[in-house]
Design a protein around this ligand. Sequence first.
Ligand SMILES: *Cc1c(COP(=O)(O)O)cnc(C)c1O
Length: 385
Amino acid sequence: MRKIQMVDLKGQYSGIKDIVNPDIQEIIDNASFINGPKVHEFQKNLETYLNVKHVIPCANGTDALQIAMMGLGLKPGDEVITADFTFAATVEVIALLQLTPVLVDVNPDDFNISIEAIKNAITPKTKAIVPVHLFGQPANMEAIMALAEAHNLYVIEDNAQAIGANFTFSNGQKAKAGTIGHVASTSFFPSKNLGCYGDGGAIFTNNDELAHTIRGIVNHGMYERYHHDVVGVNSRLDSIQAAVLNAKLPHLDSYNKARQTAAAKYDTAFKNHPNIETPYRKSASCAGNCDTCDCHVFHQYTLKLNGVNRDGLVAFLNENNIPCGVYYPIPLHKQKAYQDARYNEADFPVTNDLVQRVISLPMHTELDDEQINFITSKVLEYING
Ligand SMILES: *Cc1c(COP(=O)(O)O)cnc(C)c1O
């Protein structure tokens, strides 16, 4: 059996090597490292894939979030509502810009931001909501956009984990995650569903004016060379990373399909087990295999354990050379940097519970049946005793 990895980037590389290698060589030969033609080509291709008017590449997913907030003109003291159960980058940039993060609880089924919790957190100072499409499944964008419209708020989608996923509206219409809010951010960190070979990120929007503002912000606030109209940042996707992404983009749907297939196999092995809850899928039509709906693209495959010693399971899997992860072990509202007197433990029952019960199994495009069978048999061996 091949060694099991949490993410297997080398296996995926063999399928695109013949395109990536000469493209990188060409960039070196032309010395077109910054703002080369590959960056523009990738931007256009991603706009087409997502069906969004503007993609603005930048240096990483954290910058993308920050720049999106700067582009919207959010001001110190503005309150920004986001999920308590996510990676710290989301709340970090809110705090960096001296906006006020307002963390709220998530749903017990899809782990995404709770609509009820958002409603309870809205005040006259609220300016924006940042849903994070966690683990590859979009948050309820229909309800979030309706709330935002009613309260005149911006919606910034953190789409670092769900590129390629579809959100299906109640009328049956579908849209790609990251194209529904006023603006969205994504990350091309190597382990993401569309990852490059270093750091990368992008901002998406359908708003022409906002896109123009953001194109200046990523480039030192310049709209005309050496005229600095606003305070900007330096955040670029370099040409070599763009070449890698351009080679991978045509495969993104098949990469996501491979993740869905692996998820369906895990599901089958754990089906109806009293101690294991397999990942929830929003779309009833997908029946455990997201082939038709793409409602979940499985950035992570995350189980909820009932009455299982999680530390013991993690140790047992590691002893058997099976890597696994706990995303995320501590709620953001309990992190030293983000504690706030406004928070009440009673407001976070779901996050406080999830952090103790979740475990993520290896998930990538190269998992084979032998590996999946070994992983599931070891999980069951530990739990069944
Ligand atoms: C990865 C990630 C980010 C940050 O992306 P970087 O490219 O590492 O800066 C932000 N939000 C979420 C939800 C992520 O998973």
